[in-house]
Each structure stands twice: as C-alpha cells, then as structure tokens.
Design a protein around this ligand. Structure first.
Ligand code: NAD
Length: 495
C-alpha cells in the first residue's frame, strides 16, 4: 500500500509547468509577469504561473485560428481523431500518479480522490468523446423527391474554455473532450489558483499527436484573461464553468463583442429530500459524501437536507456518525478524506457565511470548529432549525456546511426543494416507486438522483435549471452541440 511518505517523495520529482502553453510550447507572459500558486495545505508557494493579459490571449487565439483554418485537426478523418484522442486518454492514465500529485498539491484535494476519481475520469471523458465522434451521423430532411435537405455538423471554430478551481482536470476534460472530438481548436483559461494540471495535460495532448495550437492554455486572472477571451472577436464560443456572478459577465461580453455562443455551468444549492420510508443508513452515507466530498466545494453538493419530521432525529444521529469517519489532514495521505479549502480568501468567505448562520439563529448540531492546521482547513458543520429565508439556506457556501430543514407533507417537501434560485441537482430518497416518478419530475433541477447522490455519468447530459446554467449541456453526446454548428445544405432536384 502506497502511503503518505510515498506521495511526498513524488512531489520532489515533479517538474512544474513553465508559462503559457501556446502552439505546442511553453512561453512566458508577454509582460513577463507571474502569479504565485499556493499549496492550500501549507500556505506555501508551490511555483509561479504566467500572469497573462489580452496580448497573450490574442496570441493564443490567433494561433488557434490559424491551426483551425489549416484543417490539420478540424478536417482530419474522424477515425484518425479518434485514435489520437484514445492515445491522449492512455497517456493520462500512464501519468496517473504525477497528475494526481500535481492536482492534490495545487488544489488541496485528497490524493485518494485524485487517484481514484479526478484523473481516471479525465481519461475516461477524453476517450468517451473520442470514441463517440466517429459514430454520429448527420441528417437528411424529409423534404420529398424534389429537394435534398442535408443537415450537417461543422466544428464551430475557436472555443474558449474558462474554468473553476474545484475540479481543475475534470472540468477541463468536460470541455476539451467534446470540443476536440468535434474538430475545434481550444484556448483554455484555468483558474489562476489551479492551473498546473491543465498545463501538464496540454503537454500530454501534444505528445499524443494533437497538433500544436489545437489546445492552448493561457493562465492568469479572470479580470485579465477571462474577460479578454469573453470579449474576443475571433472566439466563436465560450464554455464556462464557475460562479453564477461570473457566468452573467460572459453573457455581457458576448453581447458587447461578436455574439459568440455562450454555455454556462454555474452555481448550485442542491436539496436532498428524504422520506420516512428511505433506507436511512444509505441516506447518511450518500449525504456525507455529497456535502463533504471535495470539502464541500462541489457544485452539485446536497447542501440542504429536507427531511420528513418523523425520521429527522434518526437520520441526523446516523449522519453525525458518518461525518466522524471523514478524517481531516494532509491531502497527500491516502487516508485523508478532507483536505483544506482552496484558498485563504475562500476560507474566510465560508467562515463568514457560517457566522451569518449563527447570527440568524440556525443551531449548530455538529462541528463548528475553525481551522485545525497550518493551511486552510475547516471541519464539517451541520446547522439545524434552518428556515428557507436564512442565508445558509439560500446562498451557495461552497464549503462542508449542511443546512437541515424539515417537512410533514409531500407538497411542503417539493416547495422547499424548489425554493431556491438555483437548479443544478437534487437527490430524492424514498422506496415508493410512484412517489419517485411523481416527484423526480416536479423537482426543478438538471439532474435528480434517486436513492443516491450522483451526477449521472459521462453518457448523461449535465447542466442546470434556473441560475445554475445557460445555453447547453456538458457530457453525453449533447455536449457536442455546444461545439458544433448545424448547417443546412439544400439541393434542388426538381429539374
Ligand atoms: P469563478 O466564477 O470565480 O471563476 C471561474 C473562472 O472564471 C476562473 O477561471 C476565473 O478566473 C474566471 N473569472 C473570474 N472573474 C472573471 C471575470 N470578471 N471575467 C472573466 N473571467 C472571470 O468560480 P470559481 O470560484 O473558480 O468556482 C466555483 C464556482 O464554480 C461555484 O459557484 C460552483 O458552483 C461553480 N461550479 C459549477 C459547476 C457546474 O458544472 N455547474 C462545476 C464546478 C463548479
């Protein structure tokens, strides 16, 4: 069994990426400026990344456009694109430990999650889209014998992908897989807090045979790099994952520039609705995974428990036992399930929302301690006696914080579940089949998981209702729509 020491030794062998990755090689920001990237477990600087600006974005987009127009990737035979993407996926698996350690150091994620989920799912996503794209057919319209209406898909062109810090590799893959599979060139802007694994991914893509310039990475702040991509007149589409507030800006950027297509995957405040007939041990296990996984920094996390009054106390006592199993500590220890939050600023945002919960009268029934180490650690906290007007019930906290609300009737349960401006995901626990069908339709969320906490898998479309999303879906073949134009070719056959 590989232990903490093993992964610490691996950190010493890491070679950190150096600069933006444009046209197949690393280069510094044109200004020469850099930004420190911090290990949230130790509060120490890991390395620096390029602090880019619009000039670097212009260079990356111009290169991506030139390569797109050359056809070297956009017009490559689908079977060839497939084999390159499968090789890329294979290289990701071959470099599992290096990528996992990089991800863990940079984001604070437990190494076990990186090894078992983030990196393998990244490889799986690239392979899935690589496999899918040479099995999708175009269409012929039912236009009779006098005309032939062909509906063909074309790559959209240059895609900007703007990404968050909570799943750095996996969110990159969710955009990159379908965008590359459909023949586009992509400029990725990772979060300034977690750029390292994405840069390494770009190197592996090149090694796999993806031509230089097809996958460029520009690092830096949202204000400098994200906005320059959003406002760029030669970027055809933006696929964004991040907060709702930033997502709104991308709609404005699009309106102010070239009306580029914008797809947004944004925030959440997901309910977990539990009926009295549910298997409470199972609920406790899944709910703990949902609100504690990735230290609560997951967009779909069930952060509002909505439980039938008759089983509330029984569930909460099981849930506390479950939460006790989540060991906090060094992310590089394979036994650790809870690492630090991503940054000092984020920790202070989460703790101030927790304080607001206390001030507004919610009752802490589990946890409540603050930092437990030198980094940005926070132990889990459960608030009881929450009502839906309280801040902890309305705002996305993005930390290991659960709010408990309760109900007596099915109508109350649905009304509480939908009483949010978000609509990303929901869990429903009941063993009543007809209730399952009835309620899963009534809950306003992009994914409703029944008797589990789940986001579905790579084959199912993922995206939010209400303020949780806009314009399209990630995952499944639906994701290909984000990155393709549909063209009608109409051929007159009448003469
Ligand atoms: P964020 O909105 O702060 O940042 C996301 C990206 O946008 C980063 O790359 C950032 O640099 C960039 N950015 C920030 N300000 C910008 C600006 N003014 N102009 C252009 N770009 C800008 O989000 P975050 O804090 O990195 O991530 C957490 C959020 O992401 C949470 O709200 C979470 O729910 C959401 N999220 C959603 C999903 C989903 O699929 N729905 C998945 C993961 C995370």
């Amino acid at each position: 069994m590989k232990d903490r020491e093993y992964y610490h030794i691996l950190t010493k062998k890491l070679k950190y990426p150096a600069g933006n990755f444009i046209n197949g090689s690393y280069m510094s920001a044109q200004s020469g400026e850099t930004l420190a990237t911090i290990n949230p477990a130790t509060n120490k600087v890991l390395t620096t990344i390029a602090a880019s600006n619009e000039f670097d974005v212009n260079a990356a987009v111009a290169n991506a456009r030139e390569v797109f127009n050359s056809g070297v990737w956009s017009e490559l035979h689908p079977s060839k694109r497939k084999s390159i993407l499968l090789h890329f996926s294979h290289l990701i698996r071959e470099n599992l430990e290096e990528l996992a350690v990089l991800e863990s150091l940079d984001s604070g994620k437990p190494i076990a999650d990186c090894l078992n989920v983030d990196v393998p799912e990244t490889a799986n996503c690239i392979a899935w889209h690589g496999e899918a794209q040479d099995k999708l057919y175009d269409q012929i319209s039912p236009s009779g014998n006098d005309a032939l209406g062909m509906i063909v898909r074309e790559p959209i062109g240059v895609v900007g992908a703007v990404l968050p810090w909570n799943f750095p590799l996996l969110m990159t893959a969710w955009k990159l897989g379908p965008a590359l599979a459909t023949g586009n060139s992509v400029v990725v802007k990772p979060s300034e807090m977690t750029s390292l694994s994405t840069l390494r991914l770009a190197e592996l893509a090149l090694e796999a045979g993806i031509p230089p310039g097809v996958f460029n990475v520009v690092t830096g702040t949202g204000a400098a790099v994200g906005s320059a991509l959003g406002l760029h007149h030669d970027v055809d589409a933006i696929s964004f994952t991040g907060s709702t507030a930033t997502g709104r800006r991308f709609l404005e950027y699009s309106a102010q520039s070239n009306m580029k297509r914008v797809v947004l995957e944004t925030g959440g405040k997901s309910p977990c609705v539990v009926f009295e007939d549910a298997d409470l041990d199972r609920v406790a296990e899944h709910l703990a995974c949902s609100f504690l996984g990735n230290m609560g920094q997951t967009c779909t996390a069930n952060t509002r428990l909505i439980v039938h009054n008759s089983c509330k106390e029984a569930l909460l006592s099981r849930l506390k036992v479950e939460c006790d199993k989540w060991k906090i500590g060094d992310p590089l220890d394979p036994q650790t399930r809870l690492g630090p939050l991503v940054s000092k600023e984020h920790l202070s945002k989460v703790t101030s929302l927790i304080q607001k919960g206390r001030d507004e009268g919610a009752e802490v029934i589990f946890g409540g301690d603050l930092a437990v180490d030198t980094g940005y650690f926070l132990s889990p906290i459960i608030f009881d006696n929450v009502n839906s007007n309280m801040t902890v019930s309305r705002e996305e906290i993005f930390g290991p914080v659960l709010s408990v609300l309760s109900f007596d009737t099915e109508e109350q349960a649905i009304s509480l579940a939908n009483d949010t401006e978000y609509g990303l995901a929901a869990s429903l626990f009941t063993n009543d089949l007809t209730r399952t069908h009835r309620l899963s339709r009534k809950i306003q969320a992009g994914t409703v998981s029944v008797n589990c906490y789940s986001e579905g898998d790579i084959s199912t479309p993922f995206g939010g209702y209400k303020l949780s999303g806009f314009g399209g879906k990630d995952n499944g073949v639906d994701a290909h729509d984000q990155y393709s134009e549909k063209k009608t070719i109409w051929i007159d056959l009448s003469s």
